[in-house]
Design a protein around this ligand. Structure first.
Ligand code: B12
Ligand code: SF4
Ligand code: SF4
Length: 608
């Protein structure tokens, strides 16, 4: 596929492109997404970068030919098979290994079990009252109990498959698994949500949770891979409870769920899974790299206690709001009856949103904008702890560098997830990375519409060309080298609009407040000093770095070729959060006209 087509989005309209055309696709964008995007369909221009839902992760490259496959025709009909399963599963559906929904994961599934002919999807219902409790241990306990029930469902299903002359196995229910082998990358072989959706058990909602037709978001999923095969399997359903809701967007404390269908993986992960891998990596790195004083500033006792508890017992997830506030399973009553809606908002949505977004400690990704928003100066990592308060309210910044991507390839593929849209408001540009030496190669990046696309290859007339050793780029990304020093010493060579490099660094979560000598820390310092000046504090008023900002280039042209690269006005930044009124949370000021229709929270210009 010509690269220009990809950059202009033209390839997306070509049917049949994907697995057939590219048996080993190099980019997630090469896979067409087999389902409509969740939520309300939003018309977007053909050249726009699609929301994250359109990205499908390519499977880990597998060497060698697949092992021989041994299918067994099922001796019972699909209806009889499912009827038997209903004795121990809360619901079940079956799809074929050839289902297009799994095209990108097919090879990985066959790597796990080469004889897979069908996938049996099992649903475990969760106790709604527990998931809706503000008391997190109740919800966490319910999640773990439901997992145990699913293991039992899997065991009984495999026994039944054995009785029918076949064999089967399960993969893994939860996340993360096999991290030692694949961290930080796609670390699961099979996406249960895609199987459940393809089997017609429900749909993936705007929240990215799978919504079951009867249990809504209150369910977990597991899948049995079996060599039994049926002539015809289950098919997806047309049902979309997300049409006029957005409650998950409103209640998500990390703003991970976007109303336009995007999902910010790192926002959810760094907060909700704080007491899991990200917190542990952070702790170990801080212990080994930081001074005693810095450690004291970064780690509060309750954070350390929470981590100990998670490691000694089980990880306590810090949020379930997108599950607990989703009304999909009462969809009809919710939309038809005003009283039901009112009660739901007052008794479920508001208390949960308040608890998770206001009372709890928030883990926020460190970037210049977030430092400005939460008024955290360079060299500090949290808002002051209020010793008079009984809750752990406050913001703790976490660095994306601590994810510590292991290889150049994974780093480049994950760039769209690292990308912080609020750092790139109104920007549109293309960058050519020419990474030399070990692990190197050419990669093209396009930033527009507050989204980012990356893929291998070269591009004509990029706005910026960056040439550097691949391992140096990885070291910068992991926070192990200084960009300023690499620029000064000539190891990074820039051509074109060089200032985009600075912006690019902060736009991808390069830690804003800790990189000594890193140009991005200059930007953070500038933002902080400006803020102090504006608030009447001491210190000079410092202008924002003069980055030239343009509107998006027309399709097919780099912005330079379109003549759109004249310096233009930056889109006005949103006022800091403290100055913004919110409508949805008890005890907060109100301003109904800032709400989007159908949305219960001010989500216009979110995250800016
Ligand atoms: C990866 C993962 C996560 C990640 C990403 C979530 C996501 N939306 O994909 C994180 C850690 C954030 C997460 C959180 C949660 N998860 Co989870 N998770 C998974 C896992 C292992 C795979 C998800 C998947 O299918 N992704 C594939 C694509 C198709 O889905 P997607 O939504 O488009 O994914 C995008 C992003 O997530 C991102 N991404 C995915 N993985 C990774 C990895 C890295 C390193 C990066 C940078 C990005 C990234 O790229 C995708 C494209 O943009 C499954 C278990 C499994 N093996 O299926 C459970 C699973 C989806 N999780 C589940 C649950 C319950 C949760 C939580 C509610 C738990 C909690 N409180 O923490 C939250 C809900 C968050 C949400 N709104 O989605 C259940 C969902 C049940 C249901 N009814 O839907 C599952 C199915 C586990 C199970 N067996 O039941 N989860
Ligand atoms: S809360 Fe509403 S918009 Fe979000 S997933 Fe549930 S039904 Fe869809
Ligand atoms: S688990 Fe919490 S933080 Fe993560 S997406 Fe759901 S509501 Fe947002």
């Amino acid at each position: 596929m010509p690269l220009l087509d990809w950059l202009t989005g033209a390839h997306r309209s070509r049917p049949g492109e994907g697995q057939g055309a590219a048996p080993h696709p190099a980019s997630a964008t090469d896979w067409p997404f087999p389902f409509p995007p969740p939520g309300r369909a939003k018309p977007s221009p053909p050249d726009a970068i699609p929301p994250g839902i359109a990205y499908r992760w390519p499977f880990r490259p597998l060497e060698g030919p697949p092992l021989p496959s041994r299918g067994v025709p099922a001796p019972v009909s699909l209806a009889d098979f499912k009827r038997e399963l209903s004795g121990w599963c809360d619901d079940a559906g079956v799809i074929s290994i050839d289902d297009p929904a799994l095209a990108h994961e097919r090879a990985e599934i066959l790597w796990v079990y080469p004889h897979t002919r069908s996938l049996v999807c099992m649903i475990g219902e969760e106790n709604k009252a527990a998931m809706q409790s503000r008391y997190l241990p109740s919800a966490n306990n319910e999640l773990y109990r439901c997992e145990e029930r699913l293991w039992e469902m899997g065991r009984r299903t495999v026994k039944y498959v054995n009785a029918l002359g076949g064999e089967g196995l399960t993969t893994t229910i939860g996340w993360p698994q096999e991290v030692g082998q694949r961290w930080a990358d796609k670390i699961w072989p099979l996406s249960h949500k895609l199987v459940a959706q393809a089997a017609g058990l429900g749909v993936i909602g705007l929240s990215r949770n799978f919504l079951h037709r009867k249990f809504g978001a209150y369910c977990l999923i597991d899948t049995v891979l079996t060599n039994l095969e049926w002539p015809a399997c289950d098919a997806p359903v047309a049902w979309n409870p997300c049409l006029q809701c957005n409650l998950c967007v409103a209640s998500c404390p990390t703003e991970a769920i976007k109303p336009d269908g995007d999902f910010d993986f790192f926002a959810c992960y760094n907060h909700t899974y704080r007491d899991s891998i990200p917190g542990f990596l952070d702790l170990v790195r801080d212990l080994s790299e930081r001074s005693r004083r810095a450690f004291k500033q970064r780690w509060s006792d309750n954070e350390i206690a929470a981590l100990w508890q998670a490691m000694a017992f089980k990880v306590e997830y810090r949020c379930f709001n997108c599950v607990a506030t989703c009304p999909a399973e009462i969809e009809d009553a919710f939309h038809a009856e005003r009283d039901v809606r009112r009660r739901y908002l007052d008794e479920t949505l508001k208390p949960l949103t308040h608890t998770r977004a206001v009372e709890d400690e928030q883990f926020v990704i460190d970037s210049p904008s977030m430092r400005e928003k939460h008024r955290i100066p360079p060299g500090e990592w949290r808002t002051p702890i209020d010793r008079r308060s009984r809750s752990a309210a406050g913001v703790r910044l976490v660095s994306l560098r601590r994810i510590r991507t292991q290889s150049v390839d994974a780093m480049m593929r994950w760039m769209p997830q690292y990308f912080r849209p609020y750092e790139a408001c109104g920007l549109a540009f293309t960058t050519q990375f020419l990474l030399t030496g070990e692990g190197g190669g050419a990669w093209a990046m396009r930033v527009a519409d507050e989204r980012c696309e990356v893929r291998p290859g070269t591009i004509e007339r990029p706005d910026l060309t960056v040439r550097m050793p691949a391992l140096l780029f990885l070291a910068l990304h992991r926070g192990e080298a200084s960009a300023a020093w690499a620029l000064v010493s000539g190891r990074i060579r820039l051509r074109g609009r060089r200032r985009l490099f600075l912006l690019g660094r902060s736009g991808f979560g390069a830690c804003a407040g800790s990189g000594r000598g890193d140009p991005t820390s200059y930007r953070a310092a500038a933002g902080w000093l400006r803020l102090r000046g504006a608030r009447g504090g001491r210190g000079p008023r410092v202008r924002r770095l003069p980055v030239h900002v343009r509107r998006s280039a027309p399709a097919g042209l780099s912005s330079r070729a379109s003549g759109a690269d004249r310096p233009g006005p930056r889109r006005p930044r949103r006022a800091p959060a403290a100055a913004r009124p919110r409508t949805d949370i008890p005890g907060r000021a109100t301003s109904p006209d800032t709400r989007e229709p159908g949305c219960w929270r001010d989500c216009r210009g979110r995250g800016r």
